[in-house]
Design a protein around this ligand. Structure first.
Ligand SMILES: [Zn+2]
Length: 280
């Protein structure tokens, strides 16, 4: 179709933010950060390269996810510890906070719960911001590398994509059969991954992560959480994923418990208050 005469005028219409977040309940970051200062380490789990691991984080505690040994990205799934149907909702988190998350942003749960599962309290890569390619870190725009897309694109079966790693780890943790556990695996938060959309074609891109050993992202658990983290076969995602070709490194998960009384005044968020009558 030829362009209409007013094409330029139509393109010039300014955008409107879909979800203004001014009315969202704000996390009490100073309270969280003060509680974190006196918190003690109670559990450490290492995620092996091209594999995933689980850790439970009681509500009111902190989960630090760190780079060790070498640059590595991770794919994170979050569940309510007592209810696998309440899981991280990357699409709505993206709609509320944008394509990438950092300190002060929250990870929201699926319908009908839609409440903050976790709040980012510290991000050592917060300095990165948005680069000249439109790339940034900790994205909620990717899905997770998986053997199905790999099969479509290459015709091969590769078993250590994040989707499969998450599935195996969740099955081991819950005792569910592999096929049942797989149905709970969902779109991830891409820890440390540097991604964006190309400006000309709008394609999802990745580039070498700026993460270095010692960098971490830390979450405050708003509810009791089960976290499942995969050390992506893409390593730092500078070249390829979905194969054994990239150099891969472990990731570290650590839980910190605040001192008694440090969170006085904090209450876990309630489930969403919508009536669920849907107009009937
Ligand atoms: Zn991956």
């Amino acid at each position: 179709m030829p362009e209409p005469k007013d094409a330029a005028a139509r393109r010039d219409v300014p955008p409107v933010i879909c979800y203004p977040v001014e009315t969202l309940p704000q996390p009490d970051l100073p309270l969280y950060q003060a509680a974190r200062a006196g918190a003690r380490l109670v559990e450490t789990v290492t995620v092996a390269p091209r594999d995933a691991a689980t850790i439970t984080v009681p509500g009111g505690c902190f989960l630090r996810m760190s780079s060790v040994d070498g640059p590595q990205v991770g794919d994170l799934n979050l569940f309510a510890a007592d209810d696998l149907s309440e899981r991280f909702y990357s699409g709505k988190t993206r709609a509320l906070h944008g394509t990438h998350i950092t300190t002060g942003d929250r990870m929201w749960s699926s319908f009908p719960h839609l409440r903050p599962m976790a709040t980012v309290v510290e991000d050592t890569l917060g300095w990165y911001g948005m680069d000249q390619f439109g790339g940034s870190v900790h994205d909620v725009i990717g899905t997770r590398c998986d053997p199905y897309t790999g099969r479509l694109l290459s015709g091969d079966d590769y078993h250590y994509c994040c989707h499969s790693n998450l599935t195996r780890a969740l099955a081991t943790h819950t005792g569910l059969p592999l096929a049942e556990a797989e149905m709970h695996v969902h779109d991830v938060m891409n820890l440390f991954m540097c991604t964006g959309f190309t400006r000309d074609t709008g394609q999802y891109f990745m580039k070498g992560s700026p993460v270095r050993p010692g960098d971490y992202l830390e979450l405050f658990a708003e509810i009791d959480l089960l976290a499942v983290l995969s050390a992506c076969p893409g390593g730092d995602c500078s070249t390829v994923h979905s194969s054994d070709d990239a150099a891969c490194h472990p990731l570290l998960m650590q839980v910190f418990v605040p001192a008694d009384g440090a969170l006085d005044g904090w209450v876990p968020p309630a489930r969403n208050a919508y009536s669920r009558t849907h107009g009937v």
